[in-house]
Design a protein around this ligand. Structure first.
Ligand SMILES: CCCCCCCCCC(=O)SCCNC(=O)CCNC(=O)[C@H](O)C(C)(C)COP(=O)(O)OP(=O)(O)OC[C@H]1O[C@@H](n2cnc3c(N)ncnc32)[C@H](O)[C@@H]1OP(=O)(O)O
Length: 185
């Protein structure tokens, strides 16, 4: 992945279309894993991010910053914000392409402080692919879809075989996801 000052997406990236079975615009995306820090509903301190498919190759996500998310007093921790973008960017890649993929590289630009109590509205866009490499980018606006930009991010996801998750992760958690029909990584 190229650095911030260089072309995005990188040379060699091809445009992509959403998978024929991908959820369409307006579809609310559920929790992909109940214990996921980004979207899980069984993570008390998590982000509880909610996402909906947008127009074009986008997913719109939002979450509200709580006291559990602080770095400096009253402000969201930067690493926590990076986590939010990892989730939003993974969601646009995973849901629109319906391919298992993991974050290879994630780059963030923090442009404004994000206070506790504020809601970040993130729009993530699928920019293209080059072989196994999926390029995605996002911006997060404060308190409204047209609010001031607080954070921009871009990432490289790399497609993997499903056994990446069972070999390196927790096979029992996969059974739990399958049992609850939450089968996407
Ligand atoms: C619906 C689903 C919603 C999901 C939302 C959840 C989002 C959260 C997602 C995550 O947080 S995933 C967890 C964090 N990521 C990881 O744990 C990944 C750890 N890294 C790996 O497992 C491997 O390094 C990886 C699978 C990414 C790549 O290893 P491989 O051996 O399979 O592939 P390889 O190293 O050959 O890389 C493939 C291509 O990607 C390129 N690449 C990989 N990592 C890169 C990197 N960091 N920077 C630049 N390029 C990179 C690499 O150069 C190469 O390019 P070419 O095809 O052009 O040769």
């Amino acid at each position: 992945m190229k650095n911030s000052g260089e072309a995005w997406p990188p040379e060699g990236t091809e445009p992509v279309a959403a998978h024929p079975d991908a959820p369409g615009p307006g579809t609310k995306l559920g929790v992909h894993f109940s214990e996921c820090f980004g979207c899980g509903d069984e993570q008390d301190g998590g982000l509880h991010m909610e996402s909906t498919v947008g127009d074009g190759l986008t997913v719109k996500s939002q979450f509200t910053v709580t006291e559990a998310h602080q770095g400096a007093p009253g402000l969201a921790h930067g690493g926590l914000l990076a986590c939010a973008f990892d989730e939003a960017l993974g969601s646009v890649a995973g849901n629109l392409l319906r391919l298992p993929a993991v974050t290879g590289r994630l780059e963030t630009d923090f442009r404004r402080p994000v206070p506790v109590g504020s809601t970040l509205f993130i729009t993530a866009t699928l920019d293209g692919m080059d072989g196994r490499k999926i390029y995605v980018s996002a911006e997060g606006r404060l308190d409204a879809e047209d609010g001031p930009v607080a954070v921009r991010a871009r990432a490289l996801f790399v497609t993997v075989e499903f056994d990446h998750f069972t070999t390196h992760g927790d096979p029992n958690a996969w059974k739990k996801m399958r049992d609850s029909n939450r089968v996407n990584p």
